[in-house]
Design a protein around this ligand. Structure first.
Ligand code: PLP
Length: 403
């Protein structure tokens, strides 16, 4: 058996539908039988191709290959294929360019929060504002979609990208586009804070404001504009790379971090926007460990929580996994979650993270669960100053309106 550098085998890992069954199998068994044959011949065999795609999606460094006459019954652990290499860090944190901050400055911190933990359940927060461009989980998605579009030669220098975003994917794309010499136009819904326009303008991105409060209802207009102008739409709502990047990084990072202290989560709670990150965590942890409960958080009907959407607005990846439940949270409750963490642990999380914090408090009351829980904190509260101003003056009436 030989180990081939996965990077040297060029296959397209999107769309994911055609190898999802093999991917699930690989995660469940955490091992694979080697791919038979070598060189180009491998790529002509459907089963081998699916296995290679699945291994590349989970992010191994090496693909095991055997020659035609060799025994294929042997199984190789993913641990022996360098599956953890992309989520390890040498700790020195010196990088040659800003893109490497997204690609290699992993994992993001995982920290226990006393404000959310109980005697029976320790709650670990995955702090996703530790990314350089959008200060949010969306840098991962922006970087992965752009990287792949460049590698597939869908975009060249000087070319324009159009994207519908509630803020964070746009900020990620804006920063990375600037570094790469690409141009960006973002389409923002009416519900995004007004001050966000200035962040985009500062970064040199073009901003189009739409009347609709729902990001996905702008998609058709974005695609038509892009077609007219010869621009590219990466489309985080449909692009499987939005799922795959969380499988390859976010999920594996959490597993790697928890394993390093001899634990694994019995409960995972996260917000739902595109459903990219929570669906990937569900697929990974439920298939690898089985006995993990996963809950998604959505805004209560008629409420707006930046970054989150309700499941009836169609979420591509949530349909592929078995989530245990969805928790409805009102904006005011999300802010209560922000206050609990801000005043108990001293960190200022964003409103979608506040919704997750509020939801896990409720789940701890409702479920008989113990051990360790992981909550994903998509971003920091500082970006939401406009929203915080309106919420804090109503919550704490003696707080003076700074305006
Ligand atoms: N929270 C914030 C602040 C976000 O920006 C997003 C997505 O844009 C989410 C949560 C939801 O993440 P996902 O799109 O992976 O479902």
């Amino acid at each position: 058996m030989r180990l081939f550098e996965a990077d040297e085998i060029k296959v397209n890992i999107v769309p994911m539908d055609d190898y999802l069954d093999v991917l699930i199998d690989v995660i469940k068994n955490w091992s694979v039988s080697p791919v038979r044959l070598s060189g180009d011949e491998v790529l002509k065999q459907e089963d081998s191709l699916k296995k290679i795609k699945a291994l590349k999606a989970i992010g191994v460094k090496y693909i095991p290959i055997i020659e035609r006459e060799q025994d294929q019954s042997v199984r190789v652990s993913l641990d022996d294929l360098g599956v953890w290499d992309n989520v390890k860090n040498d700790g020195v944190r010196v990088y040659q360019n800003v893109l490497d901050l997204v690609a290699f400055d992993n994992p993001t911190p995982l920290v226990a929060l006393k404000s959310l933990s109980t005697d029976r359940l320790k709650v670990w927060a995955k702090l996703e504002w530790y990314h350089p461009f959008s200060l949010s989980i969306k840098d991962r998605v922006s970087w992965f979609m752009l990287k792949n579009a460049l590698e597939a030669r869908l975009i060249e220098r000087g070319k324009k990208i159009y994207e519908a975003t509630s803020t964070n994917t746009g900020l990620g794309l804006a920063g990375i586009s600037n570094y790469l010499g690409l141009k960006l136009r973002v389409y923002l819904p009416s519900t995004t804070q007004r001050c966000i326009d200035h962040l985009f303008t500062t970064l040199g991105a073009e901003v189009v404001r739409k009347e609709t409060p729902i990001t996905t209802s702008m998609l058709r207009a974005v695609i038509l504009d892009a077609y007219r102008d010869g621009a590219i739409v990466l489309n985080q709502y449909e692009n499987d790379l939005n799922f795959i990047v969380h499988l390859q990084y976010t999920a594996k990072e959490i597993d790697y971090q928890m394993r390093s202290i001899g634990r694994r989560p019995s409960l995972i709670v996260g917000g739902l926007g595109t459903s990219g990150h929570l669906s990937a965590l569900t697929l990974y942890f439920k298939n690898k460990y089985g006995d993990v409960k996963v809950y998604g958080v959505q805004p209560r009907e008629g409420e707006v929580i930046p970054g989150l959407r309700r499941v009836e607005h169609d979420m591509k990846w949530l349909k592929m996994v078995n989530i245990d439940g969805i928790v409805d949270v009102a904006l005011r409750e999300a802010f209560e979650g922000v206050l609990i963490v801000a005043r108990g642990d001293g960190i200022l999380i964003g409103p979608s993270a506040g919704a997750v914090a509020f939801a896990i408090k409720r789940l701890i009351n409702d479920l008989d669960i113990e051990g360790d829980a992981v909550v994903v904190i998509p971003d920091h509260g500082a970006k939401y100053i406009e929203l915080i101003q309106s919420l804090i003056t109503a919550t704490c009436p003696d707080t003076h309106d700074a305006g």
